[in-house]
Design a protein around this ligand. Structure first.
Ligand SMILES: Nc1ncnc2c1ncn2[C@@H]1O[C@H](COP(=O)(O)OP(=O)(O)OP(=O)(O)O)[C@@H](O)[C@H]1O
Ligand SMILES: [Mg+2]
Length: 614
């Protein structure tokens, strides 16, 4: 490819990109079935583009590439192909490929979220290799994301020359909002291992949030105060969120602030389940049809994916035909010579309705849980394009009663990568405002749509020892200690449903008491390990052992350099380190920091170390 100068990679001063401090920002929507990539440079951020060349992922061009990988050894190690090429290898040589491996990042999702993952248990993929979990799954994700990064690097080198190849890049990666922090952080870890940056260089953005940001940019009919439900219906997951337009300014360039209007929700009921159910239905339907051959299923599934599913409206009493050469006629099975006939009604009843009803239920619940009247349900994701899904949602009782409009987001299936790019640019712009303007970032040119607050989907708290109250606290939980009898209890510092401003810390007091020991410095004696717990119940548990309470993170604090006072209790000397801990939620990233002497001129901040999300 010869360098293409239609997208200038020159800075405001006419320097070439390689010598300037301009950056290229890349947003990756790493989907269960497809991945898409949007990019922009920080000086022309209003001109985001989509990657359509996929390097060694295959010669096909398109705005999305299949999220599949296949290893030469049919396992999970060694040489591999990915994307279109892996798909082609599989089709040509009948090899099974790893698909859906993104979902393997969720450890016990199926067990934990029984209601949301019922379809996953019922309908296993018959074309994919067995699902991989844990470290093996992370290796697959790392290899896949490294290949995506390789394609990005190759594209910039071949399109814009060596200068662009030298230009620093910031990556943004999207994560399902319904995932836990540990699962989201695993995605970050994989992206880090794939060379997409580290720490704050790599931003995580929740998928429905990205879709909403993009949608708002396109909608001219919105007003301050309007509330929307976003339904991102993809291949694996359906992710929902609600936002209210808190402020809107269109003077020169759009500036819009969105506030979370409900906690998010979702489930594993994406479009791929339709394929699995279709296959299982055909197997049942043709159980005693003698002329069926394994190859026919491949053709039937292809026809379903390419034509029947995407165009399905479900509203006509007509028939669908799948041409399969070699089929013998059997009226009883609805098979004509070379043609498999499927009635719309039969497809609706036996294939579509199980999945569509789940999505409908999720949308209804999300509308009912949204605090303000909902103006529109915005559909994103590949499955969001489905005409039958739209029609069913339009007929939904909650939608009809509240006169809610159901609308497709323009470019719905790439809206997430595009919106994530905008979110990432805004995030980067904010970070840079604190620094000197070094010409690296043109914040002014960015149409900013940003989420400024979210509603907590759960309680967040930490466990600490409190003085045991005789006759009040249960005897079974009494803990005898040198500094008196104690009881361990959780203090919830963020409540479910409470507004959490983006990037603003939530703070809680922490006190670590440790016996003074000769030869052990105070900061070592006190070195606290802090554990963060969550609870999704409306009335939360009080103790870390309650079944509804989960530990989500633990970290340490290095108190070196702090003056830690001592106290005397029961004739013994103890260190008593009192400080505040701040938890900050920025998009999908949680971070922790300790503050000693908060609010005083001597305040000292120390970031959490050894953070582990569990
Ligand atoms: N018109 C349509 N009707 C139904 N399904 C569709 C339609 N168009 C595309 N799809 C399906 O949408 C899926 C791809 O959508 P998308 O790229 O949004 O998913 P993803 O991002 O890979 O998955 P997820 O968001 O769950 O991680 C595929 O399963 C595809 O078959
Ligand atoms: Mg998606």
């Amino acid at each position: 490819m010869t360098p293409n100068h239609s997208l200038t990679l020159l800075t405001r001063d006419g320097e070439a990109a390689g010598q300037s401090r301009m950056r290229i920002v890349v947003a990756v929507d790493f989907g269960t079935t497809f991945t898409s990539v949007a990019y922009a440079n920080t000086l022309e951020s209003y001109l985001p583009k989509l990657l359509t060349h996929w390097g060694d992922g295959g010669i096909m061009t398109g705005e999305k590439i299949p999220t599949v990988i296949r290893y030469d050894n049919d396992g999970t190690t060694g040489a591999y192909t990915w994307g279109y090429r892996a798909q082609q290898d599989s089709a040509l040589h009948g090899k099974h490929i790893h698909e859906w491996f993104k979902l393997g990042l969720c450890n016990d999702f199926e067990a934990r979220r029984a209601r949301e993952s019922e379809l996953m248990r019922k309908y296993k993929s018959q074309t994919a290799l067995p699902a991989v979990k844990g470290d093996e799954c992370m290796d697959l994700v790392v290899n896949y994301l490294s290949s995506i990064k390789g394609a990005v690097d190759q594209f910039f080198r071949s399109q814009y020359g060596e200068d662009a190849a030298q230009c620093p890049r910031d990556y943004i990666i999207t994560v399902p909002a319904l995932w836990d922090h540990a699962e989201q952080e695993k995605t970050r870890l994989c992206a880090e291992r794939a060379g997409m940056g580290e720490g704050s260089q790599l931003q995580l953005v929740p998928e429905p949030e990205a879709a909403c940001i993009y949608a708002i940019q396109q909608m001219l009919w919105i007003n301050e105060g309007d509330t929307f439900v976003i339904c991102d219906a993809g291949g694996g997951t359906v992710d929902l969120a609600s936002y209210t337009i808190e402020s809107l300014n269109r003077d020169q360039i759009l500036h819009c602030k969105l506030a979370g209007a409900a906690t998010g929700s979702g489930g594993l009921c994406g479009s791929s389940f339709l394929n699995r159910i279709f296959q299982s239905y055909l197997e049942k339907k043709l159980e005693d049809y003698s002329g069926w051959e394994p190859d026919f299923m491949t053709e039937a599934l292809r026809a379903f994916e390419d034509h029947i599913k995407p165009e399905f409206t479900g509203d006509r009493q007509d028939e669908k035909f799948i041409r399969i050469h070699g089929l013998k006629e059997s009226k009883r099975h609805g098979v004509a010579k070379h043609i498999l006939i499927l009635k719309t009604e039969e497809l609706r009843k036996h294939v579509f309705d199980e999945v569509i009803s789940k999505v409908e239920g999720l949308v209804r619940d999300q509308i009912n849980n949204t605090r303000r009247p909902v103006k529109a349900v915005l559909l994103a994701g590949g499955f969001g394009n489905n005409p039958y899904l739209k029609r069913r949602l339009e007929q939904n009782d909650a939608v009809v009663r509240n006169k809610i409009r159901v609308q497709l987001i323009e470019n719905g299936d790439t809206a997430i990568a595009r919106g994530a790019l905008v979110a990432g640019l805004v995030g980067l712009g904010k970070n840079r405002q604190a620094d000197d303007d070094d010409g690296a970032f043109n914040v002014i040119s960015t149409r900013t749509v940003e989420v400024v607050s979210r509603l907590a989907g759960k309680y967040y708290g930490t466990s600490a020892l409190h003085d045991f109250e005789e006759g009040v606290d249960p005897e079974s939980r009494r803990r005898k200690r040198d500094d008196g009898d104690k009881i361990e209890r959780i203090t919830w510092f963020a409540k479910k449903g409470e507004t959490i401003p983006d990037g603003e810390p939530l703070s809680f007091n922490f006190c670590k008491v440790a016996r003074v020991q000769r030869g052990v410095p105070a900061h070592e004696a006190c070195a606290p390990v802090i554990r963060i717990y969550t609870c999704e119940r409306d009335i939360p548990g009080t103790c870390k052992d309650d079944a509804s309470v989960r530990e989500i993170a633990q970290f340490r604090m290095d108190l070196k350099g702090l003056f830690i006072p001592t106290i005397i209790k029961g004739g013994q000397e103890f260190y008593e380190a009192r400080f505040d801990i701040e938890m900050t939620l920025r998009a999908a990233s949680l971070s922790f920091c300790g503050v000693y002497g908060k609010g005083t001129p001597e305040a000292k901040r120390f970031p959490a170390t050894n953070v582990v999300f569990t």
